[in-house]
Design a protein. Structure first.
Length: 159
């Protein structure tokens, strides 16, 4: 069973993330999507809400599980029995940070390989901050997020 871990903040998950997850599940036997704590970020949604939105959006796929963790991503990869870490590369601007993280993670755990996947080009410009910003300004984001996320964003910004 060749399993991979896809870590991210997912605040919230977008169709760009879903595109990456679908590609990963075609290549590996199992994908563990994990909501990770990035200490540099102050998320809009709680960890539980982010996990819930991911679970709801991915419920039709049998080889995907969703969890969360607080700690080192390579440690969590070992815990769940993953052989690698999936990261998405949208544009050259992602490269430097991702390259640094991949090399550091390799230094921390030589048995865990980072695999980069490119989402469809229609998602190149997408990120979670833009979605949060558009939703707060009551702009229609239905083309960019799964229905479960759309519902939560509407609830969040209805007050
Ligand atoms: N489609 C759309 N958006 C995407 C995307 C895709 N395919 N891939 C990334 N993004 C966006 C995210 O929405 C996010 O947007 P935002 O910053 O506007 O919210 C941004 O790109 C990057 O987010 P993400 O991929 O979630 O990475 P991150 O930088 O928030 O977190 C972790 C990266 C969680 C993997 C990293 O912090 C980590 O590993 N933490 C654990 C501690 C650890 O192990 N540290 C050592 C690492 S060397």
């Amino acid at each position: 069973m060749r399993k991979v871990l896809y870590p991210g903040t997912f605040d919230p998950v977008t169709n760009g993330h879903i595109d990456i997850i679908k590609r990963a599940r075609e290549l590996f036997d199992g994908v563990v999507v994990t909501v990770a704590i990035n200490p540099g970020k102050t998320p809009l949604f709680s960890v539980e809400e982010r996990v819930q939105m991911l679970r709801e959006s991915l419920k039709d796929f049998d080889n995907i599980t969703v969890d969360s963790f607080d700690g080192l991503v390579v440690e969590h990869a070992h815990q769940v029995g993953a052989i690698g870490i999936i990261r998405g590369l949208r544009a050259v601007s992602d490269f430097e940070f991702e390259f640094q993280m991949a090399l550091m993670n390799r230094k921390l755990a030589g048995d865990i390989t980072t695999v980069f996947l490119m989402p469809h080009e229609k998602y190149t410009y997408l990120n979670s901050s833009i979605i949060r910003n558009l939703a707060e300004l009551k702009s229609d984001v239905s083309d960019f997020v799964p229905p479960a996320v759309l519902k939560k964003l509407k609830e969040k910004f209805s007050k």
